[in-house]
Design a protein. Structure first.
Length: 59
């Protein structure tokens, strides 16, 4: 079942939405051990629930 990409975020898009640097978001993703919901080429996409976890990990 294909995942709707309009509800998915790259680390860069997450950083813009959360008002944090891309490096901090990528570090939080790595530290939390989050796996991407989807991949397209070399881009990893994360869902809204994962963005909430990243946001909590940044504070």
């Amino acid at each position: 079942m294909p995942v709707e990409t309009s509800t998915l975020y790259t680390a860069s898009a997450m950083a813009k939405q959360l008002g944090a640097s891309e490096a901090k978001v990528k570090k939080a993703i790595k530290d939390l051990g989050l796996a991407p919901v989807a991949k397209k080429g070399c881009c990893a996409f994360y869902g809204a629930e994962q963005m909430a976890k990243v946001q909590a990990g940044l504070t």
